[in-house]
Design a protein around this ligand. Structure first.
Ligand SMILES: [Cu+2]
Length: 380
């Protein structure tokens, strides 16, 4: 990955009435996701083994502004298993090999008005990159004369979360820009579709599934609404593994959350980049922000959807992958007064990139000793 970043965050509220209809926020393009980043708190935002880094952004007159402790970097001991096997087929012998999952996490957090976003980039030893987004903070609510949900006979566009308090339905769409250079600059996008196949009757089975690979030649062929099973692979068609597979990385997407508004509703014009959850564009230095360069002034003609309508060639080119995570948020009482984090994410995972399991030869780690903890069973 040459460069990966969160490109835009679109948060439309679902109350179409006079006082609320305009609440369709672009948390990056209108507010500044980077300039809204906050200093992380040691020991709570990040674990005790974290190292902190300061960051700078340019304010409106170009002056650098420092945010101290804006990133933290730490090793995460997940308690999960990276790989394992117990071999039980050898007579009178049991072989066990287990490797614990230990990864490196880079974290930041941004507070846009009422909402808090915790953004993780996790680098695994297996060479996967996991990108996580966690949402917390204060849900946007409005005053109401209702004190009990059973009294409500009209559409109030949300949930009564406390007496006289309605939290409004809304979405969060997080669109990521992922400039991938898989073992070189020239890459292709392959949809490995899983298709149900019927046998000809000569076998004991009626059906199986097989993989039908389609290389997207242009931008319109590449963009996708997720739902059907498919492997989404960025390959380098010019590089092969030792046994002749094209080297690649696979996108394991987040839960698909398509936009539910009408496409011709005016408020869907600027965020037309949420129409598909996966897009590929040829690299173009002026196309980094899914909602365009000047979101405030835009009428919906400078965004990812409009760019891809040019249907440029993307096969064996320097390409950019775009992926949108979506949260349809029906508020619940537990989200009030401050919301326990809700998380989603996606993974970029090697797919025929290495000749075999990249962490096969990692050594079994020594038992971890945490300060203040004693366990006789783990003493080396
Ligand atoms: Cu929400």
């Amino acid at each position: 990955m040459y460069k990966g970043r969160l490109s835009e965050v679109f948060v439309p509220y679902m109350d179409p009435s006079k006082g609320w209809y305009y609440k369709t926020y672009f948390d990056a393009g209108e507010f500044g996701f980077g300039s809204s980043a906050i200093s992380l708190q040691p020991h709570t935002d990040c674990p005790p083994n974290a190292v902190f880094m300061d960051g700078y952004y340019a304010n409106q007159d170009g002056t650098p502004v420092k945010i101290s402790n804006v990133f933290c970097v730490f090793e995460r001991y997940t308690g999960d298993v990276a790989w394992r096997h117990t071999e039980v087929s050898i007579p009178n012998e049991e072989r066990v090999e287990v490797r614990p999952e230990i990864s490196l996490v880079v974290r930041s957090a941004t507070v846009v008005g009422n909402y808090d976003y915790i953004m993780d980039w996790e680098f695994k030893q297996s060479a996967s990159i996991k990108v996580g987004a966690s949402l917390s903070g204060i849900i946007e609510a409005k005053a109401s004369f209702y004190t009990n949900a059973q009294e409500i006979k009209e559409d109030v566009y949300g949930t009564l979360v406390a007496e006289n308090t309605i939290a409004t339905n809304h979405d969060h769409f997080l669109t990521y820009y992922l400039d991938l250079d898989i073992d070189g600059g020239e890459n292709s996008f392959v949809k490995a579709k899983m298709k149900t196949m019927k046998t000809d009757g000569s076998m004991p089975r009626k059906s199986y599934w097989s993989v039908v690979r389609e290389t997207a030649k242009t931008e319109c062929e590449a963009r996708m609404k997720l739902g059907e099973p498919a492997g989404l692979v960025i390959t380098n068609p010019n590089k092969m593994t030792n046994v002749g597979n094209q080297v690649g990385y696979r996108l394991l997407p987040g839960s698909p959350a398509p936009p539910l508004l009408l496409e011709d509703d005016y408020l869907q014009h600027r965020p037309a980049f949420t129409r598909y959850q996966v897009w590929i564009t040829p690299y173009n230095r002026s196309e980094e922000w899914a909602g365009g360069l000047y979101v405030d002034h835009d009428h919906g003609n400078d965004n990812l959807y409009e760019w891809t309508n040019r249907d440029r060639d993307i096969e064996n080119k320097d390409i950019v992958l775009w992926h949108t995570l979506g949260f349809h948020h029906i508020p619940a009482q537990e989200d009030f007064p401050v919301m326990p984090t809700v998380s989603d994410g996606f993974e970029l995972r090697p797919f025929n990139f290495f000749d075999n399991n990249a962490i096969l030869k990692t050594r079994p780690s020594k038992p971890l000793m945490f300060h203040g903890c004693n366990s006789t069973s783990t003493t080396p």
